[in-house]
Design a protein around this ligand. Structure first.
Ligand code: SAM
Length: 295
């Protein structure tokens, strides 16, 4: 049985990093007029009520998206993300990955949204129906790992897959790597973005598992593999999830440069650890493998 509900965490620092990366990659993929596809294997509900009891139990959005709204710097990517989410926040809702993608995609593009949870799939259908959809949207009530493999390679073949599991179950780390290994054999040109949490020792056996998964992903038979990480908390405080990261396989051209520009501002906005208390810089953008960058 699935028990994870993203409404407790919507708009936190990890969502901000992930959704800004989704926006950036889709912007690059839609520069050319050719159609593109966006596949979300773990879509969630699409929209999250920021005044709900769930959101206000944890108030994680206060140290995430609320800080973005206060941004008055010059970074164009943060500015674009800020103006993309502002109309939603004004209505006291936070837009999840399917809605962010839908905002960027055009008439010629396609969205495939998968969600396994019985309640969240209904929420997703209702929320996406309400938002303005330009591209063609298909919503599947199914296991996203099985679903991705089944529809690969999709048409069009230019596109982004977001793999964003809850990692509630330890086997999900392994499932991500195994699914990608098989999918990449069928669909070599897709861009795959895999989100993962950075967990302190308090997480027990899950601590360090994201880093092991990241190494497995980098060893897959792919042309390039970019990694971005943002730590918001001091590891020594043993704070649970101290940050998050994404592996981007077949990252579009110049995404690395845009991310390297944006991370210092994001870190300044979102980090809660006091300066100098940790030996880490707090963020990184690095190639785990780099042969060719996709256009
Ligand atoms: N991607 C969303 C976003 O950024 O707005 C958040 C997704 S949330 C982290 C993970 C979602 O995956 C939950 O809604 C959960 O119900 C769903 N889920 C869990 N296991 C799944 C599976 N095997 N296939 C598809 N969805 C699954």
């Amino acid at each position: 049985m699935l028990s994870y509900r993203h409404s407790f965490h919507a708009g936190n620092h990890a969502d901000v990093l992930k959704h800004l990366c989704v926006m950036l990659v889709l912007e690059k993929l839609t520069i050319k007029a050719k159609p593109a596809i966006y596949i979300d294997t773990h879509s969630g509900a699409g929209l999250y009520d920021l005044v709900s009891a769930e959101a206000n139990k944890t108030k994680e959005y206060l140290s995430g998206v609320s800080k973005i709204l206060q941004y008055d710097g010059n970074n164009a990517v943060v500015r674009r993300y800020q103006s993309l989410i502002k109309p939603y926040i004004d209505k006291e809702v936070y837009p999840g990955s399917p809605v962010i993608a839908n905002e960027i995609l055009r008439e010629q593009d396609k969205l495939v949204l998968m969600e396994f949870h019985n309640t969240e799939i209904q929420n997703l259908k209702d929320n996406v129906r309400e938002s303005n959809s330009r591209g063609k949207i298909a919503i599947h009530h199914r296991d996203g790992f099985e679903g991705l493999l089944a529809i690969s390679p999709p048409k069009p073949s230019r596109g982004l897959v977001l793999i964003d599991p809850p990692y509630e179950v330890f086997s999900e780390y392994q499932q991500v790597a195994e699914t990608l290994e098989k999918t990449i054999k069928k669909w070599r040109v897709g861009t795959f973005m895999i989100w993962y949490p950075l967990l302190s020792k308090r997480a027990g056996i899950k601590s360090g598992e994201s880093q092991r998964m990241r190494q497995k992903l980098a060893s897959l038979d792919v042309k390039n593999c970019l990694n971005v990480e943002l730590c918001v908390d001091n590891l020594q405080q043993d704070c649970g999830m101290y940050g998050s990261g994404l592996v981007i396989i077949n990252a579009p051209w110049q995404v690395d440069e845009s991310l390297a520009d944006v991370l210092p501002d994001l870190h300044k906005l979102l980090a809660t650890a006091s300066e100098g208390s940790d030996d880490q810089k707090g963020f990184s953008v690095e190639w785990l493998k780099q042969e060719i960058q996709a256009e």
